[in-house]
Design a protein around this ligand. Structure first.
Ligand code: XMP
Length: 520
């Protein structure tokens, strides 16, 4: 496995909402880490994983409750540094002979300030240079007596044991969350921890690329691989990487469902065929999809219809390629974590996200997933390593069901054509104003209402459209983008003038939650 050439850090997940952010902070330090739910971390697992250091994440439970999550006891005797965070601190104290209590009004949620004691630790290099430090707290229980061997290095009003350490064993435990942005110097704390643990910081994209190529060659041998290409960054990077590893043993199948944006299909096809010379099947199946969507206005039925057809079409064209043993997918690390997460993934289905799930079993294919270890921005970095054009790598995410879910109500060819134009004008505006890279995602939505307007001397009765633009780190939460009014006014004028069929433009100022990014 690629990562075995590197020192590995193990994050034991006790169910915090922000465990993934710990991994982010470590990857930013070029440290290879993996998150594993506490239930799967057995003594044998620890021996096999051979971590150079361990982090215990936060979590929602209380160590005072019988049956609450625990790490394996052997974690403490591996002789490697351990950092406990929030619940991770409490469980460490509890397991090593300290005392954790609930209640008595010491719960803290939100911003707090930690002041140093007179003890010094290299964990805190760069901290407390100007006195206290801001941290983010989120705890009901608190440590009321540290375990033998531990000392206190920082305190806050609600957490007298905010920073604790046993310097002899290199065990560190903090009550706050250094991984969130609200702890401004949190990254420094992780940097100090991995330095103390002896990590070399050699998890770079250049190294990743070479190792991933060797791994793909070893896995695939001389077999054929097919890759479903959506035109998005993930599957494109996966395809280019695999092509670099095995050349024309790879064939890409690009399913054009007629729900793409203006110019998208030709851009993808020309990039893959002309620029990279990668064998590509362009399955133009627009009629099939649009006809199947006729009369469908329920968002979930739309998504399921598209997902089902996508699989059928992909399967048909993949069969034409013939003899493939492997299916390549652009699965990312957050998808992997989600499917094994502590909480078992989202408890409620908000939307059926469409991917090619279920295909490998149905087609008897083995999977090649060279991006399984990466986060989105790492995939972009890998794309740059592979020489993909910058404008392509920086493209906003686009959902699998495409424009269908930006067309609330029934989808029709007429509405799609209007939406495509409005979306193109809107994105052109964003690019012209130099805002594209500041925005996570921006798009137009065609509303299922017609409104009355006055164009020249005449009456118009056309569709209204909504514009959406959000900032986000990972798509899980989002804020609407605060365009200035001049920009919005200019864009509305351009859309109404340049897009026949639209006579009214609105701007969506809903954040996520409570909204979602897409309208359906
Ligand atoms: P929501 O609308 O759930 O979207 O806030 C979060 C992010 O996911 C994208 N999205 C999808 N991506 N298949 C995808 O590949 C889908 O079915 C899908 N639905 C939403 C959305 O564009 C946003 O970036």
């Amino acid at each position: 496995m690629t990562a075995q050439h590197h020192d590995r850090l193990l994050i034991i997940d006790f169910g915090s909402q922000v465990t993934q952010l710990i991994a982010r902070r470590l990857r930013e330090l070029n440290v290879y880490c993996e998150i594993h739910p506490y239930q799967t971390v057995t003594d044998a697992f620890l021996v096999g994983f051979a971590p150079r250091a361990i982090i215990f994440s936060g979590g929602p439970d209380s160590v005072t409750r019988a049956g609450s999550p625990r790490p394996p006891k052997s974690a403490f005797s591996l002789g490697v540094p351990i950092l406990g965070i929030c619940y991770g601190q409490q469980v460490m104290m509890h397991e090593l002979g300290g005392l954790v209590e609930s209640g008595d009004g010491t719960a803290e949620f939100g911003r707090a300030f930690v002041t140093p004691t007179d003890r010094k630790s290299h964990l805190l290099d760069g901290w407390f240079e100007t006195g206290r430090e801001q941290v983010w707290m989120s705890h009901g229980d608190h440590v009321s007596r540290v375990a033998p061997g531990f000392e206190v290095y920082g305190t806050s009003p609600g957490a007298p044991f905010a920073i604790t350490a046993d310097p002899d064993r290199n065990f560190f435990a903090v009550q706050f969350h250094p991984e969130v942005h609200h702890t401004p110097k949190g990254s420094k704390l992780y940097e100090n921890f991995v330095r103390l643990a002896g990590f070399k910081g050699d998890w770079t994209m250049g190294a990743y690329r070479d190792e991933a190529i060797a791994k793909i060659r070893a896995q695939v041998g001389t077999a054929k691989v097919i890759c479903g290409l959506s035109g998005g960054v993930d599957s494109s990077v996966a395809a280019v990487l695999i092509h670099e590893a095995i050349g024309d043993q790879l064939t890409c199948v690009f399913v054009d469902h007629g729900l793409l944006r203006e110019g998208e299909a030709s851009e993808v096809v020309s990039m893959f065929r002309d620029h990279y010379n990668i064998p590509l099947v362009h399955a133009d199946e627009a009629d099939l999809f649009i006809d199947a969507l006729a009369g469908v206005s329920d968002p979930e039925i739309k998504r399921k219809t598209i997902g089902r057809l996508f699989i059928d079409v992909f399967q048909k064209h993949a069969a034409e390629v013939g003899g493939a043993e492997f299916l390549a997918q652009g699965t990312l690390y957050p998808d992997v974590i989600e499917s094994v997460s502590f909480s078992g993934g989202p408890s409620v289905t908000i939307k059926s996200h469409h991917n090619v799930g279920g295909l490998p079993e149905k087609m008897g294919l083995k999977l090649v997933e060279p991006l399984r270890e990466l986060f989105k921005d790492e995939v972009r970095a890998l794309g740059r390593e592979l020489g993909l054009p910058a404008h392509f790598i920086g493209r906003h995410p686009f959902p699998g069901p495409g424009l269908a879910i930006r067309c609330p109500g029934e989808v029709s060819r007429e509405k799609l054509a209007i939406l495509r134009r409005a979306d193109a004008v809107y994105l052109d505006q964003i690019r012209r104003h130099g805002l594209y890279d500041e925005i996570w995602q921006a798009f137009a939505v065609i509303l299922p209402v017609r409104t009355v307007g006055v164009m020249g001397d005449g009456r118009s009765y056309d569709f209204a459209c909504a514009l959406r633009a959000v900032t986000s780190v990972d798509g899980m939460t989002a804020d609407y983008y605060p365009f200035c009014h001049d920009f919005l006014g200019e864009t509305a004028t351009r859309i109404i003038n340049e897009v026949p069929g639209i006579n009214r433009v609105t701007y969506d100022v809903t954040s996520k939650p409570p909204g979602t990014i897409e309208w359906e």
